[in-house]
Design a protein around this ligand. Structure first.
Ligand SMILES: [Fe+2]
Ligand SMILES: [Fe+2]
Length: 172
């Protein structure tokens, strides 16, 4: 296994589920709610697992991937994006399922998540592929998938993080 492949694959699943909502029968509010709840768990557990296992190791090993200025900048930006995604998911949860406000909030979550995934793939995953050994990529994938499997059924309590403090905590 390779954590960069695992993350990339799950991004595909997130895109697929936003696409599913787009063609779901608009009057099936119970179905829309169920699909959204599953997607919300996927988004929140994925972000938390990245913050626990992928980003700390990227802070230690990275040098700045793609168009990132530095590893600090790319990681701070990713944590800020995760906070924005968590906000957008909360906003959907506060809206009445199937209403215009709900659809607008789902679109905002899709935009926040799409922008983040593109940058994460172009900078963070690229940096990790360049600087982490295949053995380390396997070890992080096991920790990441273990955490996700433990929290798949009930999700996690979404917790925003301070981006600068996050980087400082893992720099040594
Ligand atoms: Fe991700
Ligand atoms: Fe992420």
């Amino acid at each position: 296994m390779d954590i960069t492949e695992v993350i990339l694959h799950q991004h595909g699943e997130q895109r697929r589920m936003f696409g599913m909502l787009e063609e779901w029968p608009r009057d099936d509010h119970a179905g829309l709610d169920a699909v959204w709840q599953r997607l919300a768990v996927l988004l929140e557990v994925h972000a938390e697992a990245e913050e626990r296992y992928f980003y700390p190791e990227l802070v230690r090993l990275g040098t700045g991937g793609g168009d990132a200025e530095s590893v600090d900048e790319e990681v701070e930006d990713a944590i800020k994006d995760h906070n924005d995604i968590r906000d957008a998911v909360r906003h959907v949860g506060r809206s009445s399922v199937g209403s215009d406000e709900w659809w607008k909030a789902v679109l905002e979550a899709n935009i926040a998540n799409s922008d983040h995934m593109a940058e994460e793939e172009r900078q963070d995953l690229a940096d990790f592929r360049k600087n982490a050994s295949l053995v380390r990529r396997h070890e992080i994938a096991v920790q990441f998938l273990r955490y996700e499997a433990e929290h798949w059924a009930n999700g996690v309590t979404p917790t925003d993080k301070d981006p600068e403090k996050f980087v400082e905590d893992y720099e040594s």
